[in-house]
Design a binder for this molecule. Structure first.
Ligand SMILES: NC(=O)c1ccc[n+]([C@@H]2O[C@H](COP(=O)([O-])OP(=O)(O)OC[C@H]3O[C@@H](n4cnc5c(N)ncnc54)[C@H](O)[C@@H]3O)[C@@H](O)[C@H]2O)c1
Ligand SMILES: N[C@@H](CCO)C(=O)O
Ligand code: NA
Length: 430
């Protein structure tokens, strides 16, 4: 074994960074054996150097992240700051300096992964980011390596723990969105500013990364159709319950039937309680990967949290250190397929909707006519009557978003339709 240590610079020492430092210290002997050389924490960039950080030598702390990544002795930079800048500039500077990079930063990878990959290739270094999607769950490496000989057609899953916790609470306790969000905040799942989670930005970034790796093409966060869960009401969840369904925030990446396009979308959807994703409770994540030869693979586990996320970071750290020692690099960006990204209007799903209508003869026929006019086929209709009014609970067969939107717009114009609520996609495929 080489005795000269590989030197690691850690950028950020928050929830994830502090766990990375802890595991690097407590597992130092095992890590050295697995890599073939010791790994040494050579510097830690922080914002508040005065804060006591258990297990970290205060002499390693610096507020000069740029100076740290440009040091001549750094072999690997671990970026767990988050956000676009200064993370991007620091990663690019590190690569220019010959360091390989491990990052957990889905926002940056989904916005500008191409620039980072190009820099890694140019400077002959690695860029690994397993922790960026579904935390501890090994998912990116299986896509990048284990499935490199197969053809992935669909990736479907729950990739945000905070929103899954909220929706799970709404389902199990009947709570409204605000109440469930409060609980998620109190338990430390939701951050002080939960926007990225509840508006679906976090899941959309992960969907972009997954789609890019699965289909060997470039997909950015801006390409992903996104709806969060802030509009999901207790009534929607109750309505799902009566259909033996549960509401989940899904990320769905699909290869187009035309062979030249892909789509990626994040939105709440009703899924049958018998669907394997329905049993994903609390803050867990689960992702199905459907591929031509392997069939359907399910990846399940903790998608967030300091230690689970650090596990994925450490796995990457071992991989890039091994590559450094053997003077090689792992697989770089694979975007050769160059597929176009289809707009969500062309995505085909089933829909659930509640129509408050006047309870009188001919109403059902008028409503059905509008669906038929837009070529949206109705699967089931359930009527709940009350004092001259009625609620029609309608589930359609597969239709495009564009056709459903046109149907809803025309229905809203009918005098007999008082309100339309609970418009939600229904996913039944496993
Ligand atoms: N927390 C999770 O469960 C989780 C899971 C997967 C991925 N991630 C990703 O990991 C990254 C870190 O997340 P986190 O939860 O540890 O966040 P965090 O806010 O707890 O930690 C980030 C730390 O970086 C520090 N920082 C910010 N700018 C800095 C700078 N210029 N120089 C030095 N330090 C700076 C902050 O002070 C903070 O302590 C993010 O990209 C996040 O998306 C987090
Ligand atoms: N906020 C994210 C952290 C993991 O990326 C979540 O709730 O899943
Ligand atoms: Na992961």
């Amino acid at each position: 074994m080489r005795t000269q240590p590989l030197k690691v610079a850690l950028l950020g020492c928050g929830v994830v960074g502090s766990e990375v430092a802890r595991i690097m210290t407590t597992h130092a002997t095992d890590l050295a054996q697995r890599i073939g050389a010791p790994v040494e924490l050579a510097g830690v960039a922080v914002r508040r150097p005065g804060r006591v950080r258990e297990g970290i030598d205060p002499a390693l702390l610096t507020t000069d992240a740029e100076g740290l990544v440009k040091r001549g002795d750094i072999d690997v930079v671990v970026e767990v700051i988050g956000g676009i800048e200064p993370a991007r500039s620091l990663i690019l500077a590190a690569m220019e300096n010959g360091a390989s990079v491990v990052s957990a930063n889905k926002a940056l990878l989904a916005e500008d992964g191409a620039t980072l990959h190009a820099a890694a290739a140019k400077h002959g270094v690695d860029l690994y980011y397993e922790a960026s999607v579904a935390g501890a769950i090994p998912l990116l490496r299986p896509l990048r390596e284990s499935l490199a000989g197969d053809k992935v057609n669909r990736v479907l899953g729950i990739v945000n723990g905070t929103t899954n916790f909220i929706l799970d609470r709404m389902d199990s306790t009947g709570a409204g969105f605000a109440e469930a969000l409060d609980e998620a905040t109190q338990l430390g799942y939701a951050e002080a500013d939960p926007t990225a989670d509840i508006e679906g930005f976090d899941a959309a970034a992960k969907a972009a990364i997954l789609a890019g790796l699965a289909f060997h093409t470039r997909v950015t966060a801006a390409d992903v159709y996104r709806e969060g869960i802030t509009e999901v009401t207790a009534a929607d969840v109750a309505s799902a319950r009566t259909m033996d369904c549960v509401v989940k925030l899904l990320a769905i990446c699909e290869r187009g039937a035309d062979g030249t396009s892909v789509s990626a979308r994040v939105h709440p959807a009703m899924i049958p309680r018998s669907h394997p994703l329905a049993s994903v409770r609390e803050a867990y994540n689960a992702v199905f990967v459907e591929s031509e030869a392997a069939g359907s693979l399910m990846f399940y586990g903790p998608g967030a949290g300091g230690a689970p996320t650090a596990s994925a970071v450490l796995g990457d750290l071992v991989a890039v250190c091994r590559n450094k020692l053997s003077e090689t690099t792992g697989p770089g960006e694979s975007a050769y397929a160059n597929l176009s990204v289809r707009p969500v209007g062309e995505a085909v799903t089933r829909y659930h909707l509640n129509l408050d209508v006047a309870d009188k003869p001919g109403v059902l026929a008028s409503v059905a006519t509008v669906f038929a006019k837009h070529d949206v086929s109705i699967d089931t209709v359930r009527q709940q009557g009350r004092d001259g009014d009625a609620t029609l609970v309608i589930v359609t067969h597969s239709a495009t978003d564009a056709a459903l939107s046109a149907t809803v717009a025309e229905l809203r114009g009918l005098e007999i339709v008082r309100d339309i609520a609970g418009i939600m996609r229904v996913e039944t495929q496993g």
